[in-house]
Design a protein around this ligand. Structure first.
Ligand code: A2P
Length: 348
């Protein structure tokens, strides 16, 4: 079978990567529709060497579409994905709109592909920071049990979209030219105040909540539990997060402290697990100064893990460092990979 595919948000940072990832995927594409807002209607983008015109999204854009890959913001997903499902499409949604819906599977193919079997037309792609963390932690959880995770993130500007990435590059140029930096988007578009990211660190990703945590931090907590154990409020693994935007264009870093149940686990055993884990590349060679970095992860589909070491103060506790391309494994590749799994399982 060949599929008619629509990319919703095709002109965005993730949408652009979705086009590339679909080009390189095993999914047989009969026809591709590139959808965005009215602002982009008439622009052209390239798919498999052919120009495709971008269309304004309307409910009828999904007529005859088998598969939708969407990354155009939560409200756009809420508005259009039910229309797509009504017309018979299966949607893989990269926004947070449906992630906590109990009827919507939240899937990372290396971790919980079986959750796809129960879909009702919409599959949610997790948050970029959650994806790379669970890919690295799941093999460890399977082998040794996972009690607790404490994560601090170092997140790239592109996670906030193409306009945030452009704003960051402009700030860097302005700063080096001795000009005043301006900020209109970061830390997060809808909020009251904006700060420059260039030569700075912003401990706010998405909106801040009364709980004292940012929305991004809550996403990491609840999504990790839903993906690993199928319950967003599960007591274990315990998860807490601090999410920070750093002046990097592409690829998120994460410092992860975790405690396992099996107190006999060693760092060498964990490295061996990671070496053989699907989707993971172990980059951990201290003698040769080998460890994951954003610049070396950019453009790759894998999750890179290094600096794996025991916490000498706590038994059964470890630290490690994870880096992945937030636009690929954190978004576009995970979405296309989910779509490939749907095709393989006969679920579209
Ligand atoms: P457009 O380029 O026409 O604004 P990013 O995450 O990089 O900011 O990209 C967001 C994507 O979502 C873009 O492709 C953008 O299209 C698209 N988009 C934003 N609002 C809408 C909307 N109301 N309807 C359809 N697409 C939208």
């Amino acid at each position: 079978k060949e599929y008619t595919v629509a990319i919703l948000g095709a002109t965005g940072a993730v949408g652009n990567c979705m086009i590339q990832q679909l080009e390189q995927s095993s999914i047989p594409v009969k026809e591709l529709h590139l959808l965005a807002s009215a602002r982009s209607a008439g622009k052209t983008l390239t798919f498999r060497g052919q120009e495709v015109e971008v269309e304004e999204t309307t409910p009828d854009s999904f007529e005859g579409v088998d598969l939708v890959l969407s990354s155009a913001g939560g409200s756009t997903s809420k508005k259009f994905l039910p229309e797509a499902v009504k017309r018979g499409a299966v949607c893989v949604d990269n926004t947070s709109a449906y992630r906590m819906d109990p009827d919507v599977p939240l899937v990372v193919p290396e971790v919980n592909p079986e959750a796809l079997d129960n879909h009702h037309g919409i599959i949610a792609n997790p948050n970029c920071s959650t994806i790379q963390m669970v890919v690295a932690l799941e093999p460890i959880r399977q082998a040794f049990g996972l009690k607790q995770v404490i994560v601090s993130t170092y997140q790239a500007a592109s996670g906030a979209g193409q306009s945030a990435l452009n704003e960051f590059y402009q700030q860097a140029q302005d700063y080096l030219a001795g000009k005043k930096m301006t900020a209109e988007i970061l830390p997060t578009k809808g909020d009251k105040r904006h700060y420059p990211l260039a030569f700075n660190l912003l401990p706010q990703i998405d909106v801040l909540e009364d709980s004292g945590y940012s929305h991004e931090e809550w996403k990491m907590i609840h999504e990790t539990k839903k993906i690993m154990v199928g319950d967003m409020d599960a007591a274990e693994p315990k998860v807490t997060a601090t999410c920070v935007r750093v002046p990097v264009g592409i690829s998120h870093g994460e410092s992860v402290y975790f405690e396992v149940e099996d107190q006999s686990a060693t760092a060498d055993q964990i490295k061996e697990l990671l070496q053989n884990a699907p989707g993971v590349v172990l980059q951990d060679d201290l003698a040769n100064q080998v460890y994951p970095q954003p610049l070396t992860a950019e453009g790759k589909r894998d999750v890179f893990v290094g600096r794996v070491r025991p916490d000498y103060e706590n038994k059964g506790a470890f630290n490690m460092w994870i880096v992945a391309d937030n636009l690929l494994k954190g978004a576009a590749w995970n979405a296309v990979q989910n779509a490939e799994c749907l095709v393989e399982r006969g679920l579209i």
